[in-house]
Write a protein that binds this ligand. Structure first.
Ligand code: HEM
Length: 163
């Protein structure tokens, strides 16, 4: 327990749920494996979606690639949030005070904001853009930003253990 952590996180770490996660032989490892399996779904679908927005697979209409990939990415992120919350709960005060976790959390917020702002206009653009026609520059810039943010989030996730 880190005493300088906010009281609510110390309380979370000392809760029965957190103790059960720490004492269980399988709960933490299962959440950890689940986090990585969800990451493969999330990272794969984000990569396909952003690659199409940037101009890859140009023979396919962008809507046919981006819409299913976006649904898969949302499912992957939901699973990451659920499994990540289990990992967080077990050691809430340590993890929350870890500078790399704080950067990761800020980057997740930035990635979500970028997806929200881009997503608003994206549906109309997708409906109007046939195969082989480049998407508008602002859409491509947002896709590039998305790739950079989510790769950085994954790197931060792995680096938490070293700081
Ligand atoms: C959405 C909410 C998320 C929460 C609450 C969360 C939380 C966590 C926590 C607490 C850990 C364990 C850190 C440790 O003690 O070593 C972790 C590990 C990790 N996270 Fe997340 N995470 C989230 C989303 C993501 C996303 C979106 C990505 C990737 C794009 C990601 C990638 C990783 C990676 C690669 C690890 C290291 C796993 C390992 O080394 O076994 N996380 N996460």
């Amino acid at each position: 327990m880190l005493h300088e952590a906010p009281q609510v996180l110390i309380a979370l770490e000392q809760s029965g749920l957190a103790a059960a996660i720490r004492q269980s032989v399988w709960a933490y490892p299962a959440a950890n494996v689940g986090h990585i399996v969800a990451l493969t779904l999330f990272a794969g679908s984000v990569a396909i979606m952003d690659a199409r927005l940037l101009g890859a697979f140009a023979a396919a209409p962008p809507a046919d690639v981006v819409r299913p990939a976006r649904r898969a990415a949302m499912l992957g992120l939901l699973l990451m949030a659920v499994t990540g919350s289990v990992l967080f709960t077990a050691e809430a005060s340590h993890v929350a005070m870890n500078p790399v976790f704080q950067i990761k959390a800020a980057l997740i917020a930035l990635g979500l904001l970028n997806a929200l702002f881009a997503g608003r206009a994206l549906d109309a653009v997708l409906a109007d853009t046939p195969a082989r026609v480049p998407l508008p520059t602002r859409v491509r810039l947002s896709a590039l930003l998305s790739l950079m943010i989510w790769i950085s989030v994954a790197a931060c996730g792995r680096l938490i253990a070293y700081f």
